[in-house]
Design a protein around this ligand. Structure first.
Ligand code: ZN
Length: 60
């Protein structure tokens, strides 16, 4: 599988909500999670992927 250098290191827009652990949400509803919560979120998203009905995988 080819690797694509996708990385969003900078967040544009003002922060709407910031949590003490480091997670935050911007005014345009982009969520950035801290190292601790990103792993939990990834697991949760993978577990829920069928329910999200994301049935079409984009092949690049
Ligand atoms: Zn967090």
């Amino acid at each position: 599988m080819e690797k694509h250098p996708y990385a969003r290191h900078t967040i544009e827009g003002d922060k709407k909500t910031k949590w003490i652990c480091g997670c935050f949400q911007t005014v345009d509803d982009y969520f950035k999670f801290c190292d601790k919560h990103i792993e939990t979120l990834k697991k949760a998203i993978n577990a829920q992927i069928d329910e999200l009905d994301m049935t079409i995988v984009v092949k690049e």
